[in-house]
Ligand binder design. Structure first.
Ligand code: PLP
Length: 385
């Protein structure tokens, strides 16, 4: 049996939403994007939201808006997708890698506290796999830190966590900004895309400019009221706005995101029950967290991960790796040679981890096949290796 890693939830009816945009003269960021941004402000109860064409470009816009100077440091967990660190490098900053908790794989306040220096300008906690970091606790530790020399921005990497909550709070409640991804496999998707939410008016104004070359007006405003309006450039920016053609796919998904979570919870609970007491490492679930259950990731101990991938693939099951430690990649090993040694939890998990198929629409038959292959073949590998 063949089991896809992921199947998106979009339907043929969604094509009509794109067709409606094609029927207007305006394909890029316009009224449709504005409608989605209002949905985001309402959903997250924040004053500001803007759509971007990927998490990566959105994060780059945020860091450009901060005007990082060479030597400015941003604390990033080693257990994340490379993009979280790459944007810091692209914006001219220095990445300071934090290790993560071995149980939840989340960055912890104590780990961050050890890394704050007078050069720290930002912290980027990652809500990995769908559970939220405790931003409020992290922020309390950082704000009182004796080494701190100025304001330290909290940029939440919420690529895995749209609908999750920590003690009843959604992403962006305690951070300065939260950035989402609408990449093909994400819980809300338009193929490529993302969003930034923020609370501070001045910071958000700078982010809006940095999102669009540094220009003071987006295209729809340059041609408003029936005439051309001049714009200025106050800062260096990137090109990160999301066109209406893609934004049109988002409204129904945002409307139904909470109603779709129980299916993810049910599928993850089935996996957790099936693998309880076995030889695999499972990600610890926090009581205080409602996980967005973005992906279901397991650890295969004793160096057997790649054999496990081969066994799953041989049985028609597609899997991925989320993630090898960022500190393990050739680029970061060369650039920050000490980081791998300082992040042993991330390095170890990065050598063990693989992600199983899990998405609303995965059939019981498909999931049973995955469970059977894991229990029959991966368990043997994990014990024998
Ligand atoms: C934790 C994390 N951060 C950032 C990104 C980058 O998102 P995007 O592909 O929208 O740039 C991803 C992508 O999968 C991710 O998993």
């Amino acid at each position: 049996m063949k089991v896809d890693f992921y199947r998106h939830p979009l339907k043929p009816e969604d094509a009509q939403r794109i067709a409606a945009v094609l029927a207007t003269p305006f394909l890029t960021t316009g009224q449709v994007a504005r409608g989605v941004e209002q949905q985001l402000r309402d959903y997250f109860d924040v004053p500001h939201a803007c759509l971007v064409n990927s998490w990566t470009n959105g994060a780059l816009a945020v860091l450009l808006a901060m005007e990082l100077r060479p030597g400015d440091e941003v604390i990033v967990p080693a257990m994340t997708f490379i993009a979280s660190a790459n944007v810091v490098e692209l914006a001219g900053g220095t990445v300071v890698f934090a290790d993560v908790d071995p149980h939840t794989l989340l960055m912890q306040p104590e780990a961050v506290a050890k890394l704050v220096t007078p050069r720290t300008r930002a912290v980027m906690p990652v809500h990995i796999y769908g559970q939220l970091c405790d931003i409020e606790a992290m922020r309390a530790v950082v704000d009182m830190h004796p080494q701190r020399s100025g304001p330290i921005l909290f940029i939440e990497d919420a690529a895995h966590c749209f609908e999750g909550e920590f003690q009843g709070h959604k992403p962006g409640r305690f951070g300065d900004v939260a950035i989402f991804s609408f990449y093909a496999t994400k819980n809300v998707t338009c193929g490529e895309g993302g969003a930034i939410i923020a609370r501070d008016d001045a910071l958000f104004g700078r982010i809006l400019e940095a999102r669009l070359h540094g220009m003071s007006a987006i295209a729809v405003d340059r041609f408003s009221a029936g005439r051309y309006n001049h714009w200025d450039m106050n800062r260096l920016g990137t090109k990160a706005n999301l066109p209406d053609v893609l934004a049109a796919l988002l409204p129904p998904q945002i409307e139904t995101i909470d109603a779709r979570l129980p299916e993810r919870q049910r599928l993850c609970a089935r996996y957790r029950a099936a693998f309880a007491g076995g030889p695999l490492r499972l990600v610890g679930q926090l009581q205080s967290t409602k996980s967005a259950e973005h992906i279901f990731t397991i650890g295969v101990p004793n160096g057997a991960r790649d054999q496990a991938i081969a066994a799953l693939n041989a049985n028609g099951i597609n899997v991925t790796v989320n993630f090898r430690s960022v500190t393990h990649t050739s680029y970061y090993r060369k650039r920050y040679p000490a980081a791998a040694v300082q992040c042993p939890v991330s390095e170890t998990w990065g050598e063990q981890t693989l992600t199983l198929p899990m998405f609303p629409g995965l059939t019981e038959e498909e999931q049973d096949h995955v469970i059977r292959v894991v229990r029959d073949e991966v368990y043997k590998l994990a014990k024998a290796a």
